[in-house]
Design a binder for this molecule. Structure first.
Ligand SMILES: [Zn+2]
Length: 343
């Protein structure tokens, strides 16, 4: 059994939105996550790691070097926080946050390659799964608060070194950037499974259910008003698929916005049960989880349930299971009818 590493650093608070913008992707998210994860991680024998800085070259695994170079010159010149598109900002501290993410990803992957890793959780920001090869993924209207795609870069890098990789994305929003990257650079030994809320209800408006990326990705959607029963049945299907794929490494785009009431974007009634259950699934394999979004209750209650699952311990939140109506079950089955083995 390898080690468990939680990457936490105040450097991840240095990416700061423009004043008075009220942007939801804020440094306070990091404080919420640190409060909910740190004591639990220590109790479960995780090692806390303070990341150092590494150059952004790591990201060339998934992004066009010109895109990274362009972003870097903008970051180096940033004297104040400002929006680079309708949803996405940079600030003078953004480069340091990205360099800490880069270092953390590199460090965790090295441990995985040496066979010394059981689980890593990179509690960093900004998030990444909406960032595609050279900008917004799959032609989305914006980068969706993301700059560089850490999870997809990890998946590409690990698979290029011969590891069999499954990338699991359970953020509420579709990982359009990751799908675009897998489509562009995908290999036989890399498969993406993305579970997200009904693609017609929220950004980036892609992720229609079914097989994508030339057979290297699977999108599964959860209708609004779903309870735990629906999303837990999806986890059963995902688990069967992951077990069949027998990965050497699972990379996770870990978003916590599926948690009921996390923000106005969340239309489902998902509880800690889902996050704990998916943590247990991932714990069967060496894994690296990268924080995507999640804003309030998801970070405070979903994230600790997930970390407990990753640790193989019981759900510390213990929400009561929420149930879906027959109508919602029917909607779920209709939406995912092209992937019948999952419904
Ligand atoms: Zn999200």
């Amino acid at each position: 059994m390898g080690g468990r590493y939680l990457y936490l650093s105040p450097i991840f608070k240095m990416h700061v939105p423009p004043r008075r913008s009220g942007h939801m992707e804020s440094p306070e998210r990091f404080d919420k996550l640190r409060r909910s994860l740190k004591p639990l991680a220590v109790r479960n024998g995780w090692t806390l790691i303070e990341p150092e800085a590494a150059r952004l070259k790591f990201y060339e695994a998934a992004h066009d070097p010109m895109y990274i170079a362009g972003l870097l010159s903008e970051l180096e010149a940033a004297l104040d926080s400002y929006f680079i598109d309708s949803d996405t900002y940079i600030s003078p501290g953004t480069q340091a946050a990205l360099e800490a993410l880069s270092w953390s990803a590199h460090h965790a992957l090295e441990a995985a390659e040496k066979g010394e890793l059981q689980a890593a959780f990179i509690a960093g920001r900004p998030p990444g799964h909406h960032a595609g090869v050279s900008g917004p993924g799959l032609g989305a209207p914006s980068l969706g608060a993301c700059l560089l795609n850490t999870a997809a870069s990890l998946a590409l890098k690990a698979s290029s070194r011969g590891l069999k990789v499954v990338l699991v994305d359970f953020d509420l929003n579709h990982g359009n950037g990751s799908q675009e990257i897998v489509e562009a650079f995908g290999r036989e030994n890399l498969f993406l499974i993305d579970v997200h809320q009904d693609w017609r209800t929220t950004f980036p408006w892609t992720g229609e259910p079914g097989v994508a990326a030339g057979g290297h990705a699977l999108n599964i959607v959860v209708p609004g008003n779903s309870g735990d029963d629906i999303i837990l049945s999806i986890v059963d299907g995902v688990e069967a698929l992951v077990d069949e794929l027998e990965p050497d490494l699972v990379i996770v785009s870990a978003g916590f916005d599926f948690y009921k009431g996390d923000s106005h974007l969340t239309l489902t009634r998902t509880t800690s049960r889902f996050f704990h259950r998916i943590g247990l699934l991932v714990s069967k394999y060496p894994s690296i989880s990268v924080l995507e979004t999640g804003f309030s209750a998801g970070l405070e209650r979903g994230a600790p349930a997930y970390l407990a699952g990753l640790s193989g311990s019981s759900d510390p939140i213990g929400d009561r299971e929420t149930r879906s109506s027959e109508n919602v079950w029917r909607e779920f089955e209709e939406l995912n009818k092209n992937i019948v083995e999952f419904v």
